[in-house]
Design a protein around this ligand. Structure first.
Ligand code: NAP
Ligand code: ZN
Ligand code: ZN
Length: 347
């Protein structure tokens, strides 16, 4: 089928209209008319080839909410008219040990990502949610709980699951003390989810002026990370720090704020940390630096159901696809509260 989309053709060009062909549904596929697609900072990293592995043209977008229009003959869980979500992955081998444990994102054969990935069967490049339709295997479609505003649900498919994953892995709940570094798309979801799980939540931000928003989003306290006295005041405090900063930065100032047994989990920046970390900063106090990567399909469904029960959605600014290049520039300046979501009927 012919699909309308928006693509980047190189690291230095704006995204522009791009029409392309999607495959006809295989027996286990669903065809989805995309209603909304969130704008993740990863979309910008990949469009601009920050990691050096972008295949052009690239159609970004992995925070997708849409309506099923057609299903393959073997599809059981969905039918035409259903509202569904698609996140960062559209396929994996389903048989390796991480896949069998529900960690498809860590598939040993490599998960197929929603865009800039390779289809397992025909090896074609995958195109993401900045488009009118997508064809996805049933297994990688999520059910959306009733009663939530659909445009504001879209960011749950990446920002939501990426911040849910560490909260689950480190058993965060009542009595836990969690800090979040960076109040952007991931950061604001981390505040909401950590608060709803019953923990005490602190925001670390570079930006003074975000205090009121942070408290509204669930923070019990706000620490401006450039203020040494404020950093000192939370020494030895946190069981878990979720670091969402997208660019190179020094993690050393945050390590003393971990409690005994505390972990700083990196979910944002993926390149080399250029400031050396003292082993002693980890050895004394049994501390750790870790990383997590999105979340598996079962975990994503659990997060969505939790959001349904607690009426949690993202704070969004809705844009038309024609505003995407301007939205990227604003995202780079942290000028978004707190996620752009594209109304895909504009494509
Ligand atoms: P975002 O909306 O742009 O938010 C990032 C926040 O980090 C900003 O609002 C800002 O908060 C802070 N920040 C930005 N630049 C900074 C800098 N140079 N130094 C210090 N702080 C800075 O981005 P996002 O969509 O939340 O994504 C965050 C990162 O996570 C991206 O790198 C993205 O690729 C990555 N990501 C990873 C996964 C995963 O599975 N691990 C999944 C999705 C996204 P303050 O103004 O409050 O300081
Ligand atoms: Zn993302
Ligand atoms: Zn696998």
């Amino acid at each position: 089928m012919q699909v309308r989309g928006y693509a980047a053709s190189s690291a230095v060009e704006d995204l522009k209209p791009f029409n392309f062909e999607r495959r006809e549904p295989r027996s286990n596929d669903v065809v989805i008319e995309i209603l909304y697609c969130g704008v993740c900072h990863t979309d910008l990293h990949i469009a601009r080839n920050h990691g050096g592995y972008t295949r052009y043209p690239v159609v970004p977008g992995h925070e997708i909410v849409g309506r099923v229009t057609k299903t393959g003959s073997e599809v059981k869980r969905f039918q035409a008219g259903d509202i569904v979500g698609v996140g960062c992955m559209v396929d994996s081998c389903q048989s390796c040990s991480p896949c069998r444990l529900g960690f498809e994102q860590h598939c040993l054969e490599g998960a197929t990502f929603t865009y800039n990935g390779g289809d397992r069967q025909d090896k074609s490049t995958t195109f993401g949610g900045y488009s009118s339709h997508i064809v996805v295997s049933e297994k990688f479609c999520l059910s959306i709980p009733d009663g939530l505003e659909l445009s504001a649900v879209a960011p749950l498919l990446c920002a939501g699951i990426t911040t849910w994953e560490p909260l689950e892995q480190w058993n965060i709940g009542p009595g836990s003390k969690v800090a979040v570094i960076g109040l952007g798309g991931l950061g604001h979801m981390a505040l909401k989810l950590a608060k709803a799980k019953g923990s005490e939540v602190t925001l670390f931000t570079r930006s003074s002026g975000k205090e009121d928003d942070a408290r509204r989003l669930g923070a019990d306290a706000v620490v401006v990370s450039t203020d040494n006295a404020q950093m000192q005041s939370v020494s030895g405090t946190f069981d878990l720090i979720i670091d969402t900063v997208p660019y190179e930065h020094d993690v050393n100032p945050y390590l003393p704020t971990l409690s005994f047994n505390g972990t700083l989990v990196l979910v944002g920046y993926m390149g080399p940390l250029n400031e050396p970390v003292s082993a002693g900063a980890l050895v004394f106090g049994r501390k750790a630096i870790a990383g997590t990567f999105i979340g598996g399909i079962e975990s994503t469904q659990k997060m969505l159901d939790f959001c349904g029960e607690h009426s949690i959605v993202s704070d969004v600014e809705i844009i038309r696809i024609q505003q995407i290049n301007e939205a990227y520039e604003r995202m780079l300046k942290s000028d978004v509260k707190y996620r752009f979501v594209i109304d895909m009927t504009s494509v």
